[in-house]
Design a protein around this ligand. Structure first.
Ligand code: FPP
Length: 277
């Protein structure tokens, strides 16, 4: 599914266009989520300070978002700052990331407007510094009427705390409505997640080679295809997003079913007997 009325394929680079040409437009993911990892290693390999890795990472955010908007990807969600980041990183690095976010928003709102991108956030954003929240609100309001890609930044985000917040608000609702716990459905939990307004990710990309999901969208990725690349986030560009989508299109998604390539299910009475012990 893509946003066909906002497609801008002619704005892709020739290299991106070549990868895009091999994609099946009818099987584009609706929602891509990315764990952006490797900023520190990128800087370390160049004997640079870590903050320069984050700065280059912010450039990747801009370029990848623009490619996503050109191919009409409806939802792009980026893990920009985890709850654990704020607790476990030196305060100087956390402060730098906050300043970087603020200046990213300041200098990119015009580009988001030009690319018809709407920005939103998930996470315990009310715990972020007040001036960062002000800038976030400003960027969200400025881009609210854009109809292309929705870029969601996960900030001060943790999936377990998202579930805790969902349980708290769901139980408050149940009390208000005098509903018992046995009536809770998956749909109820979904309605109380930060992501209630968006579809679950079809594709989760993680850069820098780690095989972990790091407390990101745990409920939402139940049936998501995962693509891990060794490329470090500051080296990740739009073309790599398109390559990940090409890989995604070669997968067979089953959602717990048996898939199309499995053929007819033949009954083998002997097997059934054995399996039954
Ligand atoms: C991981 O690198 C990345 C982050 C801490 C968060 C991502 C942040 C950015 C891309 C910077 C700016 C973002 C915005 C939205 C302006 P790491 O430091 O964990 O890398 P390492 O594992 O190699 O040390």
């Amino acid at each position: 599914m893509q946003l066909t009325d906002t497609l801008r394929i002619h704005e892709l680079s020739p290299e991106e266009r070549a990868v895009y040409a091999a994609l099946k437009p009818e099987r584009l993911p609706e929602h891509v989520a990315i764990i952006m990892d490797g900023n520190g290693r990128w800087a370390g390999r160049r004997s640079l300070k870590r903050f320069l890795g984050h700065q280059q990472g912010a450039k990747s955010v801009q370029l990848v978002t623009e490619t996503a908007s050109r191919i009409g990807l409806p939802w792009l969600t980026l893990y920009a700052f985890s709850l654990e980041n704020s607790l476990r990183r030196p305060p100087a690095e956390v402060n730098f990331l906050m300043r970087l976010l603020k200046s990213y928003l300041e200098s990119n709102v015009q580009r988001m407007m030009d690319n018809n991108v709407r920005i939103r956030y998930i996470g315990r954003t009310h715990e972020l510094p007040a001036e960062v929240q002000d800038k976030m609100r400003w960027a969200e309001e400025a881009t609210a009427r854009n109809t292309g890609t929705t870029l969601t930044l996960a900030l001060n985000y943790g999936a377990r705390s998202e579930l805790v917040d969902a349980v708290r608000s769901l139980s408050a609702e149940m009390q208000r409505k005098h509903v018992g716990p046995d009536r809770i459905t998956e749909e109820d939990v979904h309605r109380h997640l930060y992501t209630a307004h968006m579809p679950d990710p079809d594709l989760l990309i993680r850069t820098s080679g780690e095989m972990r999901v790091s407390n990101f969208l745990l409920w939402q990725i139940a049936y998501t295809e995962i693509f891990v690349t060794d490329r470090l986030w500051p080296d990740f560009r739009g073309i790599h997003l398109l390559e990940a989508i090409a890989d995604f299109q070669r997968r067979e998604r089953r959602f717990g079913g048996i898939g199309e390539s499995c053929g007819e299910v033949e009954e083998d009475p002997k097997r059934i007997k054995l399996a039954a012990g």
